[in-house]
Design a protein around this ligand. Sequence first.
Ligand code: FES
Length: 193
Amino acid sequence: MPQVEINDEIMEAKLGEPLLTVARRNAAHIGFGCDGNGLCTMCECRVLEGGDQLSPLNKAEQAWLPDARVADGYRLACQASVRGKGPIRVLTRVEELRRQLGALLNPPAGTTSAEQLRPLLTNLVMINWEHLGRWPFNLLSTFQRLGPVRFLWPFNDTSQFLRDTVRVSERMLAGRRPAAGETAKPKEDEGGS
Ligand code: FES
C-alpha cells in the first residue's frame, strides 16, 4: 500500500486517491474550503519528494497554479492523486504558513524575526497576488468545468465536510499527533473525494 508523508506524518493511501482524501482521513492540517472541487486553492501543498508518483497536473491545476508555483513543486491536493508506491512527501500550504509564522514569533537559534519575516511575506504575496491575478478568468473556466449548481454549492457531502473540518480543527488546537497504529487506514471500498 502506498505511503504518503504529509506534514512529517506518514499516512497510508490507496492508488488513485487524491492527496486531500488521505490528508482528511488522517485529520492533517490542510484547507479544503470547496470540498475538493478545485475551486478554492486552499488545499495547495508543496511536493517535497515523489512528484513523479502523482498524477500529472490537470486542467484545474493548470488554471489555478501560476508557473512559478508549479516550478516550486506546488500542487492542489484535491487534484493530485497517488499513482505510485512512493515515497511521496508533501507539506500543505496552511501548515507551511503556520510554521513560517511560528518561526517569526519564535526564531530558530541563530536567526532573527526580521530574517523569518521574508519567507512568510514572500509566500503570502505569491499566494494572494498570483492567485488573485488569475481569479476572473479562472472563475469562468471553473464555472464551465463544474456547472452552475456545483459552482455555487461545491460541497459533495456537507456532513462529512463539517465532520472533517471539526476533526482537523480539534487536532490543530490540541497540537497532537496520533500515536503509532492510530493512523486512519483507507477502507477497501472508499473512493476519492
Ligand atoms: S479543496 Fe478547494 S481547491 Fe482543493
